[in-house]
Design a protein around this ligand. Sequence first.
Ligand code: NAP
Ligand code: SF4
Length: 677
Amino acid sequence: MSASYAHILKPLHLGFTTIKNRVVMGSMHTGLEDRFYNYPKLAAYFGERAKGGVGLIITGGISPNRQGWLLPAGGTMNTLGDIAPHRLVTHAVHKHGAKILMQILHAGRYGYQPFVVSSSPIKSPISPFKPRQMTEKQILQTIADYAYTAKLAKRAGYDGVEIMGSEGYLLNQFLSRHVNQRQDRWGGDIQNRMRFSLEIVKAIREAVGEKFIICFRLSLLDLVHDGNTMSEVIVIAQALEKAGISLLNTGIGWHEARIPTIVTSVPRAAFVDYTAEVKKHVSVPVIASNRINMPETAEKILASGQADMVQMARPLLADAYWVNKTATNRVDEINTCIACNQACLDHTFKNQRATCLVNPRAAYETELVYVKTKKAKRIAVVGAGVAGMSAATVAASRGHAVTLFEAAAEVGGQFNLAKVVPGKEEFHETIRYFKVQIEKTGVELRLNTRVNREQLEREGFDEVIVATGVIPRGLKIEGSDAPQVLSYAEVLRGAPVGLRVAVIGAGGIGFDVSEYLLKPEQQPQPLPLADWQREWGIDPNPHYYSEGGMQAAEVEAPVRQIYLMQRKTTTLGAGLGKTSGWVHRAQLKKHAVKMLRGVQYKAVTDEGLWIESNGHDQLLRVDTIVVCAGQESVKDIMPAAEQNTLAKYHIIGGAKLAAELDAKRAIREGAELAAKL
Ligand code: NAP
Ligand code: SF4
């Protein structure tokens, strides 16, 4: 057991039960919980995390009734018939000594379905359905539903339940004036607004007895107007304790808040001071959450007494063995969550199964299986970007002899460019993870080696995986070979850029490059917490008196004047991830980036860039033009189909398809191919 992480690994005694360490796998909706026939997959997913050492798991949200559904016919527990599939989950987790809570989530006005209800009939900005105001009778029935659901959860073998009271869901809609405008005993002052949550806790405690964990997830920082103050949050926390909770979990920001709380640009452990503030006022164990992804951060929070447990959901999707690796001093082997949201939350919002960009096995444990090979082959992988590294390390872990060729002096490919973008520093971790995996799995890495097909044939490999990636697409207009025209790759590698810039192409990389160019070079990265709070208007006082913890944002003047443009007439950034795109759009807007759409590029001259916009020629007086116009595949090594008769050459990632260049697809394709060879 690692002495360096003694606080993470210390058991937590709750009197009637003990949790073996301080790591909580937080609730994350995978989509598997909504259909009974997916429970074997859900059991494998949680079972693997329990095997990986986590102390306590909290399931995705299960509704206590039909009005509470997040999506039509979402996971519900309100009849005896709902219990059986859950037993698979609780059994899979208990087998490895972990504990598991079922989260009871009533979506309120966040539901994407016509039965939605709330404290007051105020539509949310994130669902098209206007809620009906709950009547006294409906409120009392809902309290009874929560209690019955908890009772059924106990019968299904759960160690407890978590009541979802944060992130803007139903109970939060009662707790805060942002939605609750009632005049009856369920609205008005904080004593009335918290009545619903307290009655639910009391009813559940009465239904399940003393020896059952009740965890309440409370919003510490609403980040919406008319949100609660910290004094109100503390009043609620103390009342919940009195009502009978066993654990107090913490949530940050409503889903509709326009301040980022979990994306990669949020500094690690950004909100833990608010948790520490609440902890001073209660005696039940308190759980810290949001942007805790590596053991150093978790240990510091626990050792300093800011919280009793740390919650991670996405980091445990990224690496099921996070705790065991920490316990055995193998932190450098952790596959770190880079907080990109691309395969987890963005999937959930599109009603697709959640998984993980850096770990395509997450929620696919029974489908993507790495079995030791009985017939070791000699495999060449050409290109050590994320697609190549994924293929090479999975193939080697299965027992194949793998040689990984890379023309550059370092591994990482496009991730080496991404990691210098402000707020994307976490991308370093993925490169570190793969470097360690290359070493541990025994992949032979040949850097600075550009191979051709003849050399590969001469070495007699059984299989060749072509992962040679992409090159940036150039601009083909008059004057585009001028020195002031740079590719995004040149810029991110440090080429000098003038003070007035035109960025051509407004995909993910056009946005990234614009953000990179807005900031002064000497600005420390990641951004210090105080600067980040100022930039987004978050009250830094842990005992804040401002509504919802918000104050006016202070934006530094940008160091450059930037035009970001595209030929399409759609909104710029419309194709970015649902949960992160708005953050990028807001950043550029705040820094006065001029966004132009429906543009045609005409010529580059000494004066700048000539474009046609709205039928008129226009000169943008810029010093530098940065081309972010997508990529083209590099696949010279790949033989034509008729020459590949033995199907020994395989192509993956950007080399296969540049149009949808995407790290999620690249890593998954590498892993899926290597699992089959
Ligand atoms: P992209 O998303 O395909 O965007 C390419 C941009 O270039 C578009 O705005 C396109 O708009 C323009 N374009 C295409 N062909 C052009 C041409 N011949 N001349 C001028 N403009 C042209 O590609 P990307 O920005 O390079 O990003 C690559 C991938 O990286 C993305 O698919 C994404 O998965 C990933 N990525 C995501 C993020 C993020 O979500 N934050 C960040 C970075 C990278 P018009 O055709 O309208 O001009
Ligand atoms: Fe983390 Fe991205 Fe994986 Fe989600 S998809 S768990 S944010 S690395």
